[in-house]
Write a protein that binds this ligand. Structure first.
Ligand code: 13P
Length: 258
């Protein structure tokens, strides 16, 4: 089974509207000469207030090479949930993907495995693609519980979701100690954990579903690291933080995944 690579840029809490438009336009400019069919799926995830500006830039360009994601959502459809955004609202804003369960949301905003599961269910019900994040802390790694922890996160995130929906989903393995630290996880080790995740999906579902789901690596991905990461058997792309904030480095990562 050949899985189409995905390169997603998580802008986190960066970029005002004009900056978001400029970065979006810059990325499309960098990818202008590339054949669309040869590109990986390219996704950008601006913050809520910049979604409109980024979506407008994407629509004005019309090249269809870059797609929009949100960094979070709420699992209820509407109602008295001050400060939250529903999946339907994000779809209305042009999003096709939503990142859920990022370690920063788990750590600073109390996102639990149960919430990640409810969000995944809702995102898939609305026809969007969840990018489900998982990852271990340095303490967990040193205590030797990485695989146990990741398997538990994934099993809980996927509870009640059909094989067909899981096959459409994306998982991002992001070791917390590699995020924003410049300390990339060794590619062979990242591939080992990602193969383990695929095996968990196989156990919960079947070989076809495990073969279909795209599993990305995230954590200090840079233009210099992407080729080696993409050369691994089970790494299907990258969720990029810091290096997605300039058009040049993000485009280099995209091209490194071709
Ligand atoms: P960095 O690429 O800045 O390490 O961030 C990774 C990340 O958290 C993407 O979601």
């Amino acid at each position: 089974m050949s899985r189409r690579p995905v390169i997603a840029g998580n802008w986190k809490m960066h970029n005002l509207q004009q900056e978001a438009a400029d970065l979006t336009n810059g990325i499309m400019q960098e990818l202008r000469a590339e054949d669309k069919a040869a590109l990986p799926e390219v996704v950008i995830a601006p913050t809520f207030t910049a979604l409109y500006a980024a979506n407008k830039a994407l629509k004005d360009c019309g090249c269809g090479k870059v797609r929009l994601a949100a960094q979070n959502c709420y699992f209820e459809t509407k109602g008295a949930f001050t400060g939250e955004c529903s999946v339907e609202m994000l779809k209305d804003a042009g999003c096709e993907y939503i990142i859920i369960g990022h370690s920063e949301r788990r750590e600073y905003f109390g996102e639990t495995d149960e919430m990640v599961n409810k969000k995944a269910v809702k995102i898939l019900a609305e026809g969007l693609v969840p990018i489900i994040c998982c990852g271990e802390s340095l303490e967990q790694r040193e205590a030797g519980v990485t695989d146990y922890h990741i398997a538990s996160q994934i099993t809980k995130a996927l509870r009640g979701i059909s094989a067909a929906d899981v096959a459409k989903s994306i998982i991002a393995y992001e070791p917390i100690w590699a995020i924003g630290t410049g300390k990339t996880c060794d590619s062979v080790e990242a591939n080992r954990v990602i193969s383990m995740i695929r095996n968990v999906v196989k156990g919960l579902y079947d070989a076809n579903t495990a073969d279909a789901i795209r599993i990305l690596y995230g954590g200090s991905v840079k233009p210099a690291t992407i080729k080696e990461q993409m050369a691994q058997s089970d790494i299907d792309g990258a969720l990029v933080g810091g290096a997605s904030l300039t058009a040049d480095s993000f485009a280099q990562i995209v091209k490194g995944a071709m």
